[in-house]
Ligand binder design. Structure first.
Ligand SMILES: O=C(O)CCC(=O)C(=O)O
Length: 271
């Protein structure tokens, strides 16, 4: 049996909880109906264009992804964790198909992003039930305070991660599951150890991951990286902004996106 996260977050305790544990979950973002409508649009795109799993910068090709990751409830939560000035760095659907062995090994996100500091937070928004059965996120509370740990690349075709990157020998006894209903999100820091198990359920497990950084964070690997101010002010101008999608898979957006996706994956490979 795995312990379930019990944070009892309130509006006033969110920032302190996140600072203490390195994650916050669950936070309500969309209603069940809104999450279902988002999923329907996303799956209609997949039916026509193929899988959206792990396609980076989804907000530049899908208007409904752009809307979800800049939803006021998302930015209000991020503001409490990151401060008033917020850049949207990336957004990606992460899908585990029903009854598959896809898993995510223990890792820390910031190890592979080429960023100069850890003023960063990620959201994982559930668009289908994410629970013990379907392979919801697992977090190791407090692990963000230990800084960067050694990762090894592991070629395992079932590992969702780009390089199969893993921290070995993680003591899982303190790990907690973060179950989410559709429309709820978890937020985690880039040094928080997290992982997830295979999807043993009959449904797809679909999450929309969005990554936010403070404007002061530089990109050290990809000089042409993009990020967009979504709240507050940018006193640094380190990034060209992304063009947000105003429709669905529009040709000009897809053309821009091909290069963005290539560059992002090149950064992951070279970090
Ligand atoms: O979708 C998952 O199971 C893991 C996602 C993840 O590692 C992340 O959002 O940083």
């Amino acid at each position: 049996m795995h312990a379930i996260a019990q944070q009892n977050i309130t509006q006033t305790s969110l920032a302190a909880t996140y600072q203490r544990d390195g994650y916050a979950s669950p936070i309500s973002i969309l209603s069940t109906d809104e999450a279902q409508a988002h999923r329907a649009k996303m799956e209609a795109v997949e039916a026509e264009h193929g899988p959206l799993h792990y396609v980076t910068k989804a907000h530049t090709i899908l208007d409904f992804a752009a809307e979800a990751v800049t939803h006021p409830a998302v930015l209000d939560a991020v503001e409490q964790m990151l401060g008033p000035d917020i850049m949207l760095f990336d957004s990606t659907y992460i899908v585990k198909e029903p009854h598959t062995d896809s898993f995510v090994s223990w890792h820390q996100d910031l190890t592979y992003w080429g960023l100069s500091s850890d003023d960063q937070v990620s959201m994982w928004l559930a668009l289908s039930p994410a629970n013990a059965d379907s392979g919801c996120m697992r977090m190791l509370p407090g692990s963000h305070t230990q800084g960067q740990m050694d990762h090894e690349d592991n070629a395992d075709q079932n590992n969702v991660l780009f390089r199969g990157q893993s921290v070995k020998g993680v003591s899982e006894s303190g790990a907690v599951l973060c179950p989410l209903s559709p429309g709820e999100a978890s937020f985690h820091h880039g040094w928080t150890l997290h992982a997830s198990m295979p999807n043993a359920s009959d449904d797809r497990r679909i999450g929309l991951n969005a990554q936010f950084i403070a404007p002061s964070v530089r990109q050290l690997i990809n000089k042409n990286d993009t990020a967009t101010l979504v709240r507050g002010k940018d006193d640094y101008a380190y990034y060209q902004p992304d063009t947000f999608a105003t429709g669905v898979m529009e040709p000009a957006a897809l053309e821009r996106h091909a290069e963005l996706d290539r560059k992002r994956k090149e950064t992951w490979a070279n970090a």
